[in-house]
Design a protein around this ligand. Structure first.
Ligand SMILES: Cc1ncc(COP(=O)(O)O)c(C=O)c1O
Length: 394
């Protein structure tokens, strides 16, 4: 009889870390050469790398304009300031990272939370419609885990009909498309993050994409202290320093040039998990919507009701050395204590959001990043199968 994989983990199985960010010799040579050029030029901010990053990232998303920023939170705030949300309200999914909601607050609006659909993790357009108010200026859709919900078409129609800006928080969705249109090209404008966990990374960093020339020109001013180039750099906007440095832009450019390769690697891992985990007892991969091509910021699994996520994660880590990534997300934003300290910042934090609660309680995410080896992928799958059996028995 063969030994139980539970009692003795197979020898020489690879430990699978929560994240690796691969930079190969070619990447490093590109970065070294680029850094030398930056140092020689003395242009440490708003130089050639920022311009090239903006041009090439806009092309990747299929939009004419892009504006590099210090991070995604500031990119969102700039977009919302360009919309003119101050004094009004902004609808935000409660199933998101807190930065989405904070960008609306810092742009001078009140947050109105809306629920999400557990089958897509993204905004539920019916709930958005219920929560519209006369002062609603924008709706922020977040492409959770890289998923662009098919409901984006309904949301776009709704926002267009009401004259409300549809803003995309694309922090998770570099390169994801729905019906051939990329994240960042659907709404009034999109905001991307280049934080180290994201599909493309530069440490800190963000970028705005838009088809709208007026938004583009306003964003350029807002990120640079409100300087208006058409008026000899007189200050015409209440701006800020939300610029990206040239060294960061160099990294972001390297990632943008390598994006297709990085996305293909992520998709190959997702396809492997799809194949190996179909029909699994205890948990199912979240089905991707028809017509959607995700770059899989997260590979999301949905646990059967009653199975304990914490015990599963602990077992995966301690018995099998597989670190599952964080959830997207395990606490909906409206439940954060901050809204009790600032009760006027969000209008409906005490409402209930059953869709978001279900998402928060029942999903977990498998390791997925470029460079996962075949042995590591196989180890994730076999460990998950064994760990699910054990938590179901317990
Ligand atoms: C959905 C979402 N929005 C916004 C942000 C903020 O991104 P940044 O850290 O680049 O400001 C994040 C970061 O994790 C995020 O996940």
């Amino acid at each position: 009889m063969s030994a139980s994989p539970l009692s003795s983990p197979p020898k020489k199985t690879p430990a699978v870390p929560i994240l690796r960010i691969p930079f190969d010799a070619k990447d490093r040579a590109f970065l070294a050469e680029g850094l030398a050029k930056i140092l020689d030029s003395g242009a440490l901010v708003m130089g050639e790398n920022t311009k090239a990053f903006e041009r090439e990232f806009a092309a990747l998303c299929g939009v004419p304009y892009a504006v590099a920023t210090s991070n995604c939170t500031t990119a969102l705030e700039i977009i919302l300031r360009a919309v003119g949300v101050e004094g009004g309200s902004v609808i935000v999914p409660t199933n998101t990272f807190i930065a989405t909601a904070f960008a609306a607050v810092h742009a001078g609006a009140k947050v109105v939370f809306a629920d999400s659909d557990p089958t897509t993790l993204c905004l539920d357009p019916k709930d958005v419609e219920r929560r519209l108010r006369p002062d609603t200026r924008a709706v922020i859709i977040v492409h959770i885990g890289g998923i662009i919900t098919p409901a984006i078409e309904d949301l776009k129609r709704l926002c267009d009909a009401k004259g409300i800006a549809l803003v995309e928080d694309c922090a998770h969705a570099h390169g994801s498309t729905y019906k051939g249109t990329a994240a960042g090209a659907w709404g009034w404008a999109g905001a991307f993050s280049f934080f180290p966990t994201k599909p493309l990374v530069s440490g800190e960093g963000g970028i705005i994409t838009t088809r709208d020339q007026a938004v583009y020109e306003k964003a350029l001013m807002l990120r640079n202290h409100g300087k208006n180039p058409k008026l000899g750099n007189r200050i015409t906007e209440l701006g800020h320093n939300w610029r990206m440095s040239e060294i960061t832009a160099l990294l972001a450019l390297q990632q943008t040039r390598k994006a297709k390769e990085l996305f293909a690697d992520r998709k190959a891992t997702a396809a492997y998990y799809d194949r190996e985990l179909s029909g699994l007892a205890g948990a199912k991969p979240l089905a991707m919507p028809q017509g959607m091509d995700s770059t899989y910021y997260k590979y999301v699994m949905v646990l059967e009701p009653g199975l304990p996520r914490d015990a599963l994660k602990k077992l995966m880590k301690e018995r099998f050395q597989v670190s599952l990534t964080g959830e997207v997300y395990d606490v909906p934003c409206h439940k954060e204590p901050v809204w009790q300290q600032h009760p006027r910042a969000a209008i409906n934090a005490s409402d209930s959001f059953p869709g978001a609660d279900e998402i928060a309680a029942r999903h977990f995410c498998l390791p997925l990043y470029p460079g996962l080896t075949d042995a590591e992928r196989a180890h994730v799958v076999s460990s998950l199968k064994a760990a699910l059996k054990e938590v179901a028995r317990a």
